[in-house]
Design a protein around this ligand. Structure first.
Ligand SMILES: [Ca+2]
Ligand SMILES: [Ca+2]
Length: 349
């Protein structure tokens, strides 16, 4: 059975990322089923009965081809199989005192057209920040917050403060892509979740000049409003991305035009936009955030299943580098509810 929550949980882990791809799976015997490329939390590593017969990872330019043959070597029918590729980390914030300070580089002092975007995962109902440039109620620019499970964007311009909330709550513990934009030319603040416009509001004028105020990830000023959960792939642009571009970001395509900050949070808090707005990490920890294929088809004992898909690799920082080894885990849930997992490694070629 297709787990809709899993399917909704599309965290296009980037810079490598996949668009949502339907993968045809042909089970020996002719049954054809489908799986979505998606991503969820990690999996266990216990020895299991479903294993890899073969696995292959090939990068050609911006394309990554993944192929594997899985076998149910046990005597119980499998209900659900998940395959995950481990190469990506996210940053975990404890909701107490963790944050990242990206300083106040001039490229972050954006006055008229702006986008903040990030992946987030949380169950918090608190008043927290994903990213903010805030000194006090007078000198404050952009607030990209997670408040009561909703995304909140506040933009302060010379004409005053306007806040726009997402309509829905997103503190369901699943990965979501959040993006907020302000365009002085259009006169709108817009909030997008998972690639779609959630809400918008009217605002006007140039954004308050906060040149000396650092950009803080996961907190207000590093002193309050601490984010509780995971943040990944933070991007800031000095232009308001279009709805189509936001949708593409959600699907994992990296748009570099006007990008002034890019934090992939894969083992460091450096800025990979090229503008050196590197973050200093105060206590947040890196956790494994694998790319996951959810293979929804069942698998009878003794049978094999071949899966394959093409993934588009994008972004300024190449992932799944040729010659590097990556860990791949297959997790199985059996019809009786028991579970197993087996991990192997593969060299990208
Ligand atoms: Ca990451
Ligand atoms: Ca801490």
């Amino acid at each position: 059975m297709m787990d809709m929550k899993l399917v909704k949980n599309i965290k296009a882990v980037s810079p490598l990322i996949a668009t949502i791809i339907l993968i045809a799976i042909t089970v020996a015997g002719g049954l054809v089923t489908y799986a979505l490329f998606t991503s969820t939390a990690g999996v266990s590593s216990a020895k299991g009965q479903v294993s890899f017969e073969s696995v292959d990872l090939v990068r050609t330019g911006e394309q990554l081809a993944f192929a594997a043959t899985l076998k149910n070597g046990g005597n119980k029918p499998v209900k659900n199989i998940t395959v995950s590729l481990h190469q990506n980390e996210a940053l975990s914030f404890d909701g107490v005192d963790d944050y990242v300070d990206c300083g106040h580089g001039s490229s972050l002092n954006i006055l008229s057209e702006v986008t903040y975007a990030a992946w987030f995962k949380s169950t918090s109902t608190a008043d927290t920040r994903i990213a903010e440039k805030y000194q006090d109620e007078t000198v404050r620019a952009v607030l990209f917050g997670f408040v009561g499970g909703k995304i909140l964007c506040e933009i302060k311009t010379i004409n005053g403060l306007v806040g726009v909330w997402s309509i829905h709550t997103f503190n369901d513990g699943l990965w979501h892509h959040g993006a907020i934009t302000y365009s002085q030319a259009v006169g709108k603040i817009r909030v997008y979740i998972d690639g779609n416009l959630e809400n918008e509001g009217v605002q006007s004028g140039t954004i308050v000049d906060a040149a000396a105020v650092p950009l803080i990830i996961g907190s207000r000023k590093g002193t309050s409003q601490f984010f509780n959960g995971l943040i990944d792939e933070v991007r800031i642009y000095n232009r308001a991305l279009t709805a189509d571009e936001i949708q593409e970001s959600y699907q994992g395509y990296s748009n570099n035009a006007g990008m002034v900050l890019y934090l992939p949070f894969d083992g460091d808090t450096k800025d990979y936009s090229g503008l050196e707005n590197d973050g200093t990490n105060y206590g947040a920890t890196f956790i494994d955030a694998p790319d996951v294929y959810v293979v929804t088809g069942g698998l009878e004992p003794g049978r094999t299943v071949a899966i394959s898909s093409a993934i588009r690799v994008s972004g300024p920082r190449g992932k799944y580098v040729v010659g590097n080894r990556y860990s791949i885990t297959v997790s199985a849930v059996y019809v009786d509810g028991s579970e197993s997992a087996t991990t192997t490694t593969v060299t990208c070629r």
